[in-house]
Write a protein that binds this ligand. Sequence first.
Ligand SMILES: Cc1cc2nc3c(=O)[nH]c(=O)nc-3n(C[C@H](O)[C@H](O)[C@H](O)COP(=O)(O)OP(=O)(O)OC[C@H]3O[C@@H](n4cnc5c(N)ncnc54)[C@H](O)[C@@H]3O)c2cc1C
Length: 357
Amino acid sequence: MESKVGIVGAGIMGRMLAHELLLKKWTVTLYDRGQTLADTSCSYVAGGMLCPISELVEGSRLVYELGVQSLLRWPDIIASLKEFQEVYFRREGSLLVAHCSDRDEWKRLHDRLSPLVSSHEMKKLTRSQFSEIEPELDCRIMEAILFPNEGQIDNREILTALGSSLQKQGANLRFAEEVVSVKPHQVVTKTTSDTFDWVVDCRGLGARTDLKDLRGVRGEIITVIAPEVRINRPVRVMHPRHPVYVVPRSNSKYLVGATCLETDDQGPITVRSMLELLSASFLVHPGFAEAKIIETNVQCRPALDDNNPQVRYRRGLVHVNGLYRNGFLVAPALADEVTQLLTQSSQPRWDLCREVA
Ligand SMILES: Cc1cc2nc3c(=O)[nH]c(=O)nc-3n(C[C@H](O)[C@H](O)[C@H](O)COP(=O)(O)OP(=O)(O)OC[C@H]3O[C@@H](n4cnc5c(N)ncnc54)[C@H](O)[C@@H]3O)c2cc1C
């Protein structure tokens, strides 16, 4: 039985996998070039939406299934981390809303989704029904669909909680350390060359030297404090260019995101994106006009050709990548799958692991 693993990349994927393998009594070394909170990672800026049905709109049944499975796993994972950090996690559903001008597009989307999900996963609400669950939403909103099983998680809190738990459980955390190359059984840094039974590459976009088909998809996101707004669920608003959503966090904090642009430019947020995101938030709730902008962030999502996550392996080396805009949505189920591959404890559940030469 193999038992010593070197994981490169401490974003959500690397941390979740390290957590799983420690539970299986593996000896874990986790490398990252960033500091303890993985502040150089894509995971650090994510919105934390856990909304699998939105992915069906884009056509990915695999992400939907990984997401549904992960949503079942999150409560136990969070409970097991309670002694390190309270993690903001809600599963009270999410809303897709439309104003009058976007009604036709909203209806098309509704009709496309209806045959793909069961009736308990998606519910068209009347005006009075959605006023009841989110009374403060803009009164000009004409249409709403509730996805009752969806939710949201605070990305930075879960990264912190996993990091503290890994440390307590004896993982060797090698942060602020640049990895120069990953090879079967071997991780090379600027100062060391370390040997393992398995090396797992979770470098996100940092793996581009090895995965030539990996690309970056730019995402811009804004964090505001809005004491005049009380929204409990993620709200996605129909928008001609981006899937714009408002995601509630604790203490009147809201994330407004996210653009989705086919470029790996990581420069600061543009005026256009700022205007589009903030005007969309104002259309969800007029109280956002008085909100204070406390942060803007830009990162590029690691994506492969089909925008699905992939696991590519050969003896001694596994690449887990392509989490695109769904890292938090899929990480628990994906970590289970990779754990099964490494431990050969049971048959893989999804067809996403590919042996490569
Ligand atoms: C604006 C935005 C909003 C998003 N919203 C959501 C959302 O609502 N829900 C959702 O599920 N997902 C969301 N995502 C997507 C999610 O953030 C990504 O899918 C996820 O973060 C990818 O995780 P990862 O662990 O694969 O990569 P990363 O998080 O990028 O982690 C890779 C790590 O590898 C390290 N690394 C790379 N190269 C090296 C090297 N050579 N040496 C040492 N360390 C290295 C990096 O420092 C980094 O910490 C969003 C993304 C963006 C940009």
